[in-house]
Design a protein around this ligand. Structure first.
Ligand SMILES: O=C(O)CCC(=O)C1=CC=C[C@@H](O)[C@@H]1C(=O)O
Ligand SMILES: [Mg+2]
Length: 368
């Protein structure tokens, strides 16, 4: 197979509500969509999860565009590719920039599966027919607002609640949640908002029977996390610190975490995501699929990845209607009783809604 043409689109969509983490708040979601066409006119799609500004990691939509235009697309265009695993080899001369690499890699996986007329989930080796999902809830104006939201997601059937915490929005908030929802599966994501000096607060979280605390310490750390994990009973889950199977191996060896959140973009694509999955499975470390407030294309990739066997904890892939009035795929992703039925049509299993994509596109460019 050969990618003979690529269209890169800068897309802007408004989320239904502002999303707040320990870094700040945003509501406009701007991102890149990549369509890779082969020599017989078939298309595969990828979505970059880099945000408009570099608060989650160092990548942004503009750095992704630069990397894709100047280095990544030229390295993949017209090359003979037998299997999508080869894409990461073609790009191995580029340091980091994982989200940019994952954008084209995801499109090549989709294209590969469509050409073979099999679902992407199957191409990846996944077997689940349906996946369990939870919900990620940003920091709210008041605890009452948060409790109400949790109630609505419990009623909708989501399998676990993830709340964002930061210093000053932690112990009291979790204690209120536990008062109202004593047994709901609950976890907290700090997005690196604490340091080892905050150990007393982090120890205090043990009383809330959390499934895990996600990335409590620095985004580039696995050493302090290992020290922290020895002091607290709540399992630590790493997100920002893990960029590769090598990072995962070191974190497991050091005891920095007991669970890993795999995000396809953060680790440079599906091939590396699968490697991390396999390594964790070998070491009995459970994994789950994180979310980056994706539109439909990215959401579809997450669903396919989650069908692998060691994704044993509910992920963050909520239904399209949680974030979007109109998504960019048909049908949209639907969650019923906390489950998503894995599509069985070829590729990502959803069709890009070209009309919606046109409506949301700010700028596009074609490369051949
Ligand atoms: O619903 C989703 O897509 C998950 C949202 C979510 O929790 C996150 C999105 C983007 C960055 C972070 O704040 C965060 C996470 O760290 O997992
Ligand atoms: Mg996280």
């Amino acid at each position: 197979m050969k990618v003979s043409e690529v269209t890169l689109r800068h897309v802007k969509m408004k989320m239904k509500f502002p999303f707040t983490t320990s870094f700040g708040t945003f509501q406009d979601k701007e991102f890149l969509l990549l369509e890779a066409r082969d020599e017989i006119g078939m298309s595969g799609w990828g979505e970059s999860v880099a945000f408009h500004s570099p608060w989650y990691n160092e990548e942004t939509l503009k750095t992704n565009w630069h990397l894709l235009e100047d280095f990544i697309i030229p390295s993949v265009l017209k090359k003979d590719i037998e299997h999508p695993d080869e894409v990461s080899d073609l790009l191995s001369f580029i340091r980091k920039n994982n989200m940019a690499k994952a954008t084209i890699e995801g499109a090549v996986w989709d294209l590969f599966a469509r050409r073979k007329e099999i679902p992407l989930a199957k191409a990846l080796g996944g077997e689940k027919k349906a996946i369990e999902v939870g919900i990620s809830i940003g920091i709210q104006k008041t605890v009452d607002d948060l409790l109400q939201l949790i109630q609505s997601f419990v009623d909708e059937g989501y399998k676990r609640m993830k709340v964002k915490i930061k210093p000053g929005w932690d112990v009291e908030v979790l204690s209120e949640i536990r008062k109202h929802f004593p047994s709901v599966p609950l976890m907290a994501d700090a997005n690196s908002a604490y340091r080892l000096e905050d150990i007393d607060v982090l120890k205090a979280l043990d009383e809330f029977d959390l499934m895990m605390i996600e990335q409590p310490l620095a985004s580039d750390d696995i050493i302090d996390h290992a020290r922290l994990q020895k002091e607290i009973a709540t399992p630590i889950c790493l997100d920002e610190s893990i960029h590769s199977a090598e990072d995962a191996r070191k974190a497991i060896e050091l005891g920095s975490c007991k669970i890993i959140n795999i995000k396809i973009g953060r680790v440079g694509g599906l091939t590396e995501a699968k490697r991390i999955h396999d390594l964790c499975q070998k070491h009995n470390v459970p994994v789950w699929c994180g979310g980056m407030l994706e539109a439909g294309i990215g959401r579809a990739h997450n669903i396919a990845l989650t069908t692998l066997a060691n994704f044993v904890m509910p992920g963050d892939t909520a239904g399209s209607s949680r974030y979007w009035d109109r998504d960019i795929i048909e049908p949209e992703v639907v969650v019923k009783n906390g489950m998503i039925t894995v599509p069985d049509s070829p590729g990502i299993g959803y069709q890009p809604d070209l009309e919606a994509i046109k409506q949301f596109t700010v700028f596009e460019k074609c490369y051949s």
